[in-house]
Design a binder for this molecule. Structure first.
Ligand code: 5MM
Length: 340
């Protein structure tokens, strides 16, 4: 492990107001999103879609790193360039999702545990040799009747910390993604309480496993009311709750926090990130960035719709969302940007 290199990569992932583009949907998730739009669900269509994303002109002006999926790293652009090389050539840092997905947690109805630690050490060393420089692992926490349990939080936090330590050993920066889901009718206050509990547990586990926090990126949810909660808070209330929760639970040594979008609309994900940076940017120890999948990709996917003829216009939509989120990091995003 070269700690200096890890720290430099982690800093580079949140430098210059850029953020991460998550394009690491597993095949079932990608197929589900394609099916909703009537797009064919096969390896060639997924490849063509990801080629559309990666060849978007100007993307690297807003995007620091791209999270790829196992299938994609073995595919090539139409001109034969392997995806990892194509990403690297644009100046974007390539990374990969390495978890094995969230499965039912035994003895805990309604709760999940992310699998994938078995054999991970060898896989990570192979990924590093292939030119990948960071990895990502997502844990899923559900708010519901009597859940989450401390048992579920502990198990997921422990797995995240074991994954992070293995990443460092292989020279990869771990993106640590504990996601408290938006589904449910819980309040913003409940989400705050659970997110704080989850993050405190995750950082305790990272400390136990000896993970150098200067070489990680945290990818959390924003603190939000549940999707079906009768009170939907304002953008500024969400910004305040999210930053206050993070201040209580994320050590200052962490270089950057890159939010997931979690099913928020693209516009709200930009507006909420913008409000956090407007209100707090100069007073925080870490950068507040983005690592969105749906909130960057969705409009472009809808336009592309599997058609070669729509590539250029879809790329414009993708770049637009990337620019909106770059502006949000600067606290310069506003609704007028959406009218262009
Ligand atoms: C929460 O999902 C991550 C961020 O995406 P959104 O911004 O759309 O919320 C995303 O990186 C996710 O981890 C990947 O898409 C992989 O998900 P699956 O469910 O396919 O493992």
């Amino acid at each position: 492990m070269n700690t200096k290199e890890l720290i430099n990569t982690a800093k580079a992932l949140v430098a210059n107001d850029k953020g991460l583009l998550a394009m690491d949907e597993s095949n079932p998730t990608c197929n589900k999103r394609f099916a909703a739009l009537g797009i064919p669900q096969d390896a060639e269509t997924r490849r063509a879609y990801r080629e559309m994303i990666i060849t978007t002109p100007g993307l690297s002006e807003c995007i620091s790193g791209a999270i790829l999926y196992e299938e994609t790293i073995h595919q090539q652009l139409t001109d034969g360039t392997p995806f990892i090389k194509a990403v690297t050539n644009t100046g974007i840092i390539p990374g990969i999702k390495v978890d094995g997905g969230a499965k039912e947690l035994a003895g805990h109805p309604g709760e999940k545990i992310t699998e994938g630690l078995d054999g991970l050490r060898d896989r990570l060393h192979q990924y590093a040799k292939m030119g990948l420089r960071f990895a990502k692992w997502r844990a899923v926490i559900t708010i519901g009747d009597g859940i989450p349990s401390q048992g579920c939080i502990d198990a997921n936090a422990h797995a995240l910390a074991r994954y992070a330590a293995l990443c460092h050993e292989a020279g990869l920066v771990p993106i640590i993604e504990p996601e408290v889901l938006m589904e449910g009718n819980h309040t913003l206050e409940k989400c705050f309480e659970v997110t704080e509990q989850v993050l405190r547990t995750v950082f305790n586990q990272l400390y136990s496993q000896g993970v150098a926090l200067e070489g990680v990126i945290l990818k959390p949810n924003m603190v939000l009311p549940g999707l079906t909660c009768s009170k939907q808070n304002t953008v500024d209330e969400v910004a305040d709750a999210t930053v206050n929760c993070l201040l209580r639970s994320v050590p200052a040594a962490v270089p950057g926090i890159a939010f997931l979008s979690g099913g928020q609309s693209a516009e709200l994900a930009s507006a909420r990130l913008n409000a956090m940076n407007v209100r707090f940017k100069n007073h925080l120890p870490w950068a507040l960035a983005f690592s969105y999948a749906r909130a960057i990709q969705q409009p472009a996917m809808e336009i592309w719709n599997g058609q070669e003829a729509k590539v250029i216009i879809a790329q414009k939509a993708l770049l637009h969302r990337a620019k909106c989120n770059l502006a949000a990091r600067r606290g310069e995003y506003n609704a007028a940007m959406e009218k262009i």
